[in-house]
Ligand binder design. Sequence first.
Ligand SMILES: [Zn+2]
Length: 140
Amino acid sequence: MEANTHIHASDNVPLQDRDSWPNFSQAEMACRHCGEVYYWPEFMRRLQKARRLAAKPFHIHSAHRCALHNARIGGAPLSQHLKLAADIGLSGHNPRILYQACRTAGFTGFGFYQTFLHIDLGPRRSWYGNKKAKQLWQIY
Ligand SMILES: [Zn+2]
């Protein structure tokens, strides 16, 4: 199967790939609205590495979004979620350790929010979701 392509939820990814990221299901990485999946093995390998380094479960709030879903929720028009990004819930995590794990795993884009950390493989950049999020993250 070609990497970095959209597939439908009913098309299962190759089994050997799923074994490479045992802590993540296809369903939790799919568009919440329609189940569309963005197949990107390198992203998943890095996500699994971050998960292993953080040594805590990842609760994924949002991963891939189809264009319609992204527009409906007011996502940025060129959001990395249109391909693949992960919003990881902060609950149960030391945010600094979570961030370091994701950096070490090779993620390049970081959005710091009050309840989650956004990670992606887009251009190297970082931002705060809002003023409160900035205050929260600055103490770590
Ligand atoms: Zn959708």
